[in-house]
Write a protein that binds this ligand. Structure first.
Ligand code: ARG
Length: 564
């Protein structure tokens, strides 16, 4: 069921019939007294015709045909339309049935993409979980999704690591702790110029295909990738090794990128480097910010690889859309490469190129999230802490749980809390990472929703209800039932919005609202104490709620326990 689209269409048809123009501006009502949905577009449409908005609103209502859709349309204030939906219409929505996209598109989602020279840290958490929930929503809608894990597996830092490996004589098997290995190599690199030059030569050896370098590099990549894979599994993220398409994948295509840019007359030399200068990218002072595509020593850059990747994804993968999940510091980079790709003809499919930037995860001091000693926090440690904190809560709440069950439950709660804590924030804002907030059983949190789910399910077990024998659909009668049905019917509108704009927090807000409306319904409308049709109808609404909560959480990559 498309609620917003249906209401907008009907209202805009009425506008047209009355010689008015404009958007109906339909949105979910901001307060229950305003009905279920409100249309705010009448005032602007009336103003355009220099008419009295209140009178125009009366004409719109008189002509508007919402028969079978709305049971009431009221005018409020200067000309807002407050719409109350008809329970018969709502009853036709099979809530947890996801509407399939027609036509389906091919969507490349570029996410996670850690740098393999180091261990994955919290900075990659956001990309990984935001990307994964968008992927899940798109796939559920029937789109063809191609995950691309554009890992950093190439570049000067590998020269440094290979050279350090040579020098220290350490075998690459001993690289289990990549993080400290990287740190020592970096120290060495920063303090010794001779070492720096040797490291740069190692990069050249690697790039020219020297066998010793290739073997050592391979080893590095394997160790680092297996760390990432372990984390993906712990996080319940759908990425697998087959989704890796790292920077090195594009090596052979890079000379072609330079040639193509040259033949289009887009290249310009600056300090020995090959650059693209586009007027639209300027500093505040008015200097153009060039896109550097080849350094003076012939080396290629991050941007060059991304241009090659656009060709591959639009020509070979035939993407209709490419979504990039990285932090907001890369906004300029993506604006630039999208512009260059357009001019150079690298976007073969007229794909929609969309950067989905996100803000920084902050500590309670308001600075980027670090350990007490100022180190970057490893993702593995963060997840362990989440599980430990959840275990304490589980043990307090249910001292009689079998220890193994308690640990499994703590894992589901802990990992879910970290993911939801992130996904529920507006993607583009920075947010303060706060254990107490995200692991709380109250408010817009994953433990609250997981608990809400188990509470609905417990109705069925307490009442010994055979859920499978309940009818699929029902018509709400009492007002709290109807209001619950309104929210249930809005799932698909919400998913469309997440898919179009790439903001998972819309889905989180929706699920929180659903849980809240269920609570209001549950307090006002006894289920197991009622009889006959009333009981059946309320049980159906409860079942729809449980299914929708479970489905919605699964689209965020969060599991639902059966008891808590
Ligand atoms: N490895 C990069 C980083 O950690 C992210 C790559 C994002 N994807 C891309 N196509 N540039 O910053």
């Amino acid at each position: 069921m498309q609620i917003k689209a249906t209401l907008s269409e009907r209202i805009e048809q009425t506008f047209a019939a009355l010689g008015l123009q404009g958007d109906a501006l339909v949105q979910a009502a901001s307060r229950p007294e305003f009905g279920d949905y409100q249309a705010n577009g009448v005032m602007a449409a009336a103003k355009r015709e220099k008419k009295n908005p209140r009178e125009v609103a009366e004409q719109v209502v008189a002509h508007l045909d919402l028969e079978g859709i709305a049971s009431q349309v009221e005018i409020a204030g200067p000309g807002f339309l407050n719409i109350t939906l008809d329970p018969n219409w709502l009853s036709t929505a099979e809530p947890s049935n996801i509407r399939q996209a027609a036509p389906a598109s091919t969507v490349v989602v570029d996410y996670s993409a850690p740098n393999l020279a180091k261990e994955m840290h919290v900075g990659h958490l956001r990309s990984t979980i935001i990307g994964d929930s968008i992927v899940r929503v798109l796939e559920a809608q029937g789109h063809k999704v191609l995950r691309q894990n554009h890992v950093g597996d190439w570049g000067t830092q590998f020269g440094m690591l290979l050279e350090y490996l040579n020098e220290s004589g350490e075998s690459s098997d001993e690289l289990a702790d990549l993080e400290s290995f990287y740190r020592s190599a970096k120290l060495r690199f920063d303090e010794d110029e001779v070492f720096q030059n040797r490291a740069r030569r190692a990069v050249v050896d690697l790039q020219s295909g020297a066998e010793y370098a290739a073997l050592q590099w391979q080893k590095f990549i394997e160790i680092s990738m297996s760390h990432c894979q372990e984390l993906y599994e712990r996080l319940g993220v759908t990425l697998t090794p087959e989704h890796i398409a790292g920077e090195s994948r594009y090596n052979d295509a890079l000379p072609g990128v330079i040639q193509a840019l040259a033949s289009k007359g887009l290249l310009q030399e600056s300090d020995g480097a090959q650059c693209v200068f586009l007027d639209e990218f300027k500093t505040k002072k008015g200097d153009i910010l060039p896109v550097i595509v080849q350094k003076s020593d012939g080396g290629y850059l991050y941007a060059t690889t991304d241009l090659a990747a656009i060709e591959y994804r639009t020509r070979d993968l035939m993407a209709d859309r490419i979504l990039y999940c990285t932090d907001a510091r890369q906004i300029l980079h993506f604006k630039q490469i999208f512009a260059v790709a357009g001019l150079a003809g690298f976007n073969h499919n007229e794909s929609s190129l969309e950067h989905l930037p996100f803000g920084t995860m902050l500590g309670s001091d308001g600075k980027p999230f670090k350990t007490r000693s100022g180190d970057i926090i490893k993702l593995a440690d963060l997840l362990s802490e989440a599980e430990d904190r959840a275990l304490k809560l589980v043990e307090e709440k249910n001292p009689d749980f079998d220890p193994q069950d308690a640990r499994e439950l703590a894992r589901i709660i802990g990992v879910g809390a970290v993911k939801y804590g992130d996904l529920s924030k507006n993607r583009t804002s920075d947010y303060v990472f706060d254990w107490d907030q995200m692991i709380s059983f109250e408010g817009n949190t994953s433990p609250y929703l997981q608990y809400a789910y188990t509470r609905v399910r417990s109705v069925f077990s307490r009442g010994e209800i055979n859920v499978a024998s309940l009818p699929l659909l029902t018509v709400a009668v009492d007002e709290p039932e109807r209001r619950l049905a309104v929210t249930l019917a809005a799932l698909n509108d919400t998913l469309d919005q997440v898919a179009a704009e790439g903001y998972p927090h819309y889905l989180c807000g929706y699920l929180y609202e659903l849980a809240t409306r269920f609570t209001q319904f549950y307090e006002a409308c006894p289920i197991l104490k009622s009889d006959g049709d009333v009981k059946t109808r309320r049980l159906v609404l409860a079942r729809q709620t449980a299914d929708t909560l479970q489905l919605g959480l699964s689209l965020l990559g969060i599991q639902t326990p059966e008891r808590m």
